[in-house]
Design a protein around this ligand. Sequence first.
Ligand code: AMP
Ligand code: GLY
Length: 422
Amino acid sequence: MKVLLLGSGGREHALAEKLVQSSLCTQLFVAPGNPGTRSIATNVPLDILNADELALFIRENQIALVLVGPEQALVEGMYEQLQERSALDGCIYFGPGKVGAQLEGSKDFAKQFMQRHSIPTAKYKTFQANQLEEAKSYLEATAGPYVLKADGLAAGKGVIITESRQEAIREIEELLGGKFGAASTTVVIEEFLSGIEFSVFVATNGKDYAILPEAKDYKRIGEGDTGLNTGGMGSISPVPFLNESLRQKVLIEVVEPTLKGLQLEGIEYTGFLFLGLILVEGEVFVIEYNVRMGDPETQSVMSRIDSDFLELLVALGKGEKLPELRIKEESAATVVLVSEGYPGSYPKGRAISGLEGIERAHIYHAGTTEEEGQLRTSGGRVIAVTALGKSASEALTFANEAAGRVQFEGKYFRKDIGKDLL
Ligand code: AMP
Ligand code: GLY
């Protein structure tokens, strides 16, 4: 079967690698892809938010499965747009439709959904642009730390956490004033939860599901989890403290009620469900839902999957019996190499070298381009290196060693990924 994967980051390079390993995959197209996916699949220069372009390509190439990497196309309702163009007859679209994608696309929708289905999450209150005074009074009457969340997609910058009431008030003014345009004219203010975060990934058709390897992601730019939030600086899988009883708790209290809630509300959902969870004194709370895989969690997660991943996606898409999902015992660690300045502004076009001869780790391209045979930086997160090891510590040693060998001017990476869990 021919498969079309949408996206261009490290997550997509890792997914692409898994898809081309499948005996079912006769050809993989990646739109638009990156130099890493070009080395294993066929990159196609499609605009992944343009339904006309995608529909034409899917029909002309008889694509049997579309896998959507990033969230925006999902939240904008690409599924419905392709259906309207009759592009999905006989084709599996692995990603939720517009309503299901609201679990990520609207914090308020997600919070209300969790409340309706008794899924544990932080207490919250939602304010609209015309409720600035109410929001301020609410902050005045509440003790910090304050957690403010823009309702819509804000490129990972929509969550503000501060101890200072003054700053919270300044932020709520900016958010409701349209700091992120329409994405922040509704704001969720929620209770601060203090605990340890981890992520669980589910592949589902809304009824049947497979739990993929879990991961822990490191979001802050600085070592010791300091500084600004980023898209993710590293990940490890498995998460050592996620034991069998905690896993059961996540299934019973979060995964199953979420799927049952979707069914009860008549929301069809074929795709990934990424649960951002926090463990607080033995109890699990949902911090956020995402309707896609994480980046750089996918690099660690896919490295640990030992069975045919495309077979699983096809079985889910067709509603057939799910094949066994085999997971390697080994640990995986991913370290992300970023451009100096990231997550603020950063230079582009710097020559990348040192990729040859790295044996104990795998290179995933994220923000790279190739010009006349020379690989150059083109994004904030440039490359993710992922290694497997007998233990998390061994995997980290290999990943850090590879991270040290890749060279480009202004390279930065966190040397403490996973150290908190060893
Ligand atoms: P989100 O985009 O909702 O995942 O939020 C980004 C990050 O902010 C999370 O990964 C957490 O580290 C932090 N965060 C979000 N909500 C809360 C909360 N209620 N309490 C504490 N930390 C939070
Ligand atoms: N690494 C976090 C995310 O993909 O949302």
